[in-house]
Design a protein around this ligand. Structure first.
Ligand code: ADP
Ligand code: MG
Length: 504
C-alpha cells in the first residue's frame, strides 16, 4: 500500500513526500480509509506507530480551510501539544492551513489571537476547558480528536474532557486514540463517539520498531558509577536518562555536569520557555544527554534517541513502556537500559509479565572492556577519517627531522590545542598556519607543555572509582555506536496503577 492509494489532494501528497514518508504505517493504512469515509473511530496502537498522521492526514484532506477552527485535537501534555501541532502544521501548510497550540502556563491573549486565526488547534484539556468555560473562545470544529486518551485519564483529566465536549457541536467526526483501553475509556468512548469503527494494531505488527531491553543489577551506592560506565561503554548518540523524582534529576544533572558531560534536565517545575528551549537543543543535537522525569518526557518525539536509561526502574509497567518508547522510533533500533538494585528484581519480573516482554540481564562492563571498546571506536574512526593534503604535506616535511611516532604524538597535541583554542580544524588551516605549525613542531621538545589551554577536558580519570572508569575520551564525532541487534520488540501495555503524575 502507498499513500497514493488514498487519493489525497495534491497539496497533501506534496506534504507527505516532503516529510519523507514512503509508505503508510499499519495504523495509518487501517485508519485513514475509515476516517475518509467519515466514520468515528477508536484507534488502539502503541507510541511511535504514526498515529498523528493516521488522524492528521485524513482530517486535513477533508478540511475546507475557510471556516475558522475546523479541527480540534486534545492531547494530555504541553510537549505533546507542541509536537502534534508541529506535525500537523507540516501536513497542512501546503494547503495554507494554520495551526495553533493551546496549553496552560502561557498568556491568554496571544493564544486567543492565534486560535482565532487557526484552522487546526491542538490543546491540553485544562487550558482548553478554561477558555471555553469563560467564553473567551467559541469553536465549531467538524473534527475532534482525543489523542492518548488513556494518558489523559491517568492524569485525571476525565472530567475536563467530558466538560469540553459539552461545548462542542453535536455534528462532528470524533476520533479517539489510546494505547490501552481501560474501562473508563470505553465508557467515555460510548459517550462521545457515534457507532465508531475500531482499529487495533498489536505488538506483532510493530515491525519497524526494535528496542533491546537490558537490565543491570547494581547496589544503590553504585548507581552513579554504573551509569557513567555504561554511558562510556555504549557511547550513545542521544540518550534520555529517566529519574523518578525531580530532585534526582537535579542531583544527577549537577553530578554529570561536574563529571564533564553535557547534559540537559527536564522536569515539570521548569518554566515553559525553558522546557521548549531544552527540548529544541536536544532535538538539534546540541545536547546529547537528557535527564528527565516521566511526565516531562511524555510523548516526546525525538527520532534518533539511541538509548534510554532508567536510573531507577519506574514504579509501574506503563511508565516503563512509555520511557522505553522514546527510543527505537521511526524504524530505528534502540536500547533500553535499566539499573536495578537486588531488591527491585521482583519489579523486573512484574513489568516483564505486565508488558509481555523480556529484559536481558547483563553485567556492568569492566574498565578494560570500556577501554577496548573505545580503542576500537578510535581505530575505526581513524580508519574512516580522510586525511587532508595539508596534513599530509606537514607530515612529509616533518619526516625529514623526526621519527613518525614523535610526529604523531606532537601533531596530536599541537593540532588538538589548535582546535581547542582557536576552534580550528586542521583541514581548514591555511598554508601560513601550516608552516607555523611545522615550526612549532620542529622546536617542540615534548613534556614541557603546561596544559596549553586545553580548556575543560573531559578526558580525565575519575579518581576514587573502584572500578576505575579510566579516561573518558569523548571524541567529537560520536556517531555510529549504539544500534545493536534486536532482541525483542516493545510489547503490550499492562497494569495501570498510575502514580502521581504532574498535570498540565
Ligand atoms: P505515535 O503518535 O503513534 O506515538 P507519531 O505520530 O508521533 O507516533 O509518529 C512517530 C514518528 O514516526 C514521527 O516522527 C513521525 O513523523 C514518523 N512517522 C509517522 N508515520 C510515518 C510514515 N508513514 N513513514 C515514516 N515516518 C513516519
Ligand atoms: Mg501520538
Amino acid at each position: 500500500m502507498t499513500f497514493s492509494d488514498f487519493n489525497f489532494k495534491e497539496t497533501l501528497n506534496q506534504a507527505i513526500s516532503d516529510a519523507g514518508f514512503k509508505e503508510p504505517s499499519p495504523v495509518q493504512a487501517d485508519a485513514i480509509p475509515l476516517i475518509l469515509e467519515g466514520h468515528d473511530l477508536i484507534g488502539q496502537a502503541q507510541t511511535g506507530t504514526g498515529k498523528t498522521a493516521a488522524f492528521g492526514l485524513p482530517i486535513i484532506q477533508q478540511m475546507s480551510g475557510n471556516k475558522g477552527v475546523e479541527a480540534l485535537v486534545i492531547v494530555p501534555t504541553r510537549e505533546l501539544a507542541m509536537q502534534v501541532s508541529d506535525e500537523l502544521f507540516r501536513f497542512g501548510k501546503t494547503a495554507g492551513l494554520k495551526t495553533a497550540t493551546v496549553y496552560g502556563g502561557t498568556a491568554y491573549n496571544k493564544q486567543i489571537d492565534r486560535i482565532n486565526q487557526a484552522n487546526i488547534i491542538v490543546a491540553t484539556p485544562g487550558r482548553l476547558q478554561d477558555l471555553l468555560k469563560s467564553n473567551r473562545i467559541t469553536i465549531n470544529p467538524s473534527f475532534v480528536v482525543l489523542d492518548e486518551a488513556d494518558e489523559m485519564l491517568d492524569m485525571g483529566f476525565l472530567e475536563e474532557i467530558k466538560n469540553i465536549f459539552t461545548y462542542l457541536p453535536a455534528e462532528r467526526q470524533t476520533l479517539m486514540f489510546s494505547a490501552t483501553m481501560p474501562k473508563q475509556i470505553k465508557i467515555l468512548a460510548e459517550k462521545i463517539l457515534k457507532s465508531p469503527k475500531s482499529v487495533t494494531i498489536t505488538k506483532s505488527e510493530r515491525t519497524n520498531t526494535d528496542i533491546t531491553q537490558l537490565f543491570y543489577v547494581v547496589a544503590d551506592y553504585e548507581r552513579d558509577d554504573a551509569l557513567l560506565r555504561l554511558i562510556d561503554y555504549k557511547n550513545p548518540n542521544k540518550c534520555i536518562i529517566f529519574c523518578r523524582m525531580k530532585k534526582e534529576v537535579d542531583r544527577l544533572s549537577s553530578y554529570m555536569t561536574a563529571q564533564g558531560f553535557k547534559v540537559a534536565a527536564l522536569h515539570g517545575d521548569m518554566e515553559q520557555k525553558q522546557r521548549e528551549h531544552t527540548i529544541r537543543s536536544f532535538k538539534q543535537g546540541l545536547v546529547e544527554i537528557f535527564i528527565a522525569t516521566d511526565v516531562a518526557a511524555r510523548g516526546l518525539d525525538v527520532n534518533d534517541v539511541s538509548h534510554v536509561f532508567n536510573y531507577h526502574i519506574p514504579f509501574d509497567s506503563e511508565s516503563y513502556v512509555h520511557r522505553i518508547g522514546r527510543t527505537g522510533r521511526a524504524g530505528n533500533k534502540g536500547e533500553a537500559i535499566t539499573l536495578v538494585s537486588p531488591n527491585e528484581l521482583r519489579t523486573i519480573k512484574r513489568i516483564e509479565k505486565d508488558v509481555g516482554t523480556v529484559m536481558v540481564s547483563e553485567v556492568i562492563p569492566t574498565r578494560q572492556e570500556v577501554q577496548s571498546r573505545k580503542d576500537g571506536d578510535l581505530l575505526s574512526k581513524i580508519a574512516n577519517t580522510k586525511v587532508s593534503t595539508s596534513a599530509k604535506e606537514m607530515v612529509k616535511t616533518l619526516q625529514h627531522d623526526l621519527d613518525i611516532v614523535t610526529i604523531a604524538h606532537l601533531l596530536a597535541t599541537i593540532v588538538q590545542e589548535e582546535i581547542d583554542v582557536k576552534g580550528k580544524d586542521i583541514i581548514g588551516l591555511g598554508s601560513e598556519e601550516v608552516k607555523a605549525l611545522i615550526e612549532r613542531a620542529k622546536n617542540w621538545k615534548g613534556g614541557d607543555r603546561n596544559g596549553g589551554g586545553r580548556g575543560r577536558s573531559r578526558n580525565r580519570s575519575r579518581g576514587g572509582d573502584r572500578r576505575g572508569g579510566g579516561g573518558r575520551g569523548r571524541d567529537g564525532d560520536r556517531r555510529g555506536g549504539g544500534n545493536r541487534e534486536s532482541r525483542n520488540g516493545g510489547g503490550n501495555r499492562g497494569s495501570r496503577n498510575g502514580g502521581n503524575r504532574n498535570r498540565d
